[in-house]
Design a protein around this ligand. Sequence first.
Ligand code: GRF
Length: 208
Amino acid sequence: MTINIGVLVSGEGTNLQAIMDSVESGKINNATVSVVVSNKPDAPALKRAEKHGVDAVYIDPTDYKGRRWDYDQLTLKALREHGVTSEEGLVVNAGYMRILSPEFVKKFWMREMNIHPSLLPSFPGLDAPKQALDYGVKVTGCTVHFVDEGVDTGPVILQEALPILENDTVETLTTRIHEVEHRLYPEAVRLFTEKKLVVEGRRVKVLL
Ligand code: GRF
């Protein structure tokens, strides 16, 4: 059975691109990107989706300040209309800059992923590469995790470490983290769609 994936975006969409490419090349072979949903009208990710024939939906957040669940219900509707259900679908947050309501998160519990540019639990939240540089750590990386009600706190699916180089700037470090992300995220999606992820409490086991 083909799994319908809905990707939530706000920006550039390079991770979305990596996932669409992996579906097209057959690396992810039993899933399809069915819809891309953005809270930003001008997110380049929307154009990337359209280029690949994927429905791109913008949902205007203006009238929903302080009403996260009301807004999220519109997202749910767009997902459902594209076959991304909480029983059989997968929601992939790829640079989505909104915090989802607990109601939404509960619905897609263990069926929603996020990618974050640090080795969680270090440096959650905004500007993770800058946080790592400012702190002076020698190693950082990126993390794919299931989404729970916190910010970047859900069970870890995959992580990859990256050394911080002496002359790294926020820009160079961010670029190198992105390169890793574009490998790691499609891999996590593949493992999910092949039912190779088993969650035991906070631990996510990867079946070989
Ligand atoms: C990535 O660095 C990801 O880790 C973070 O947001 C960024 C999204 O980049 N959550 P893109 O829109 O996929 O290019």
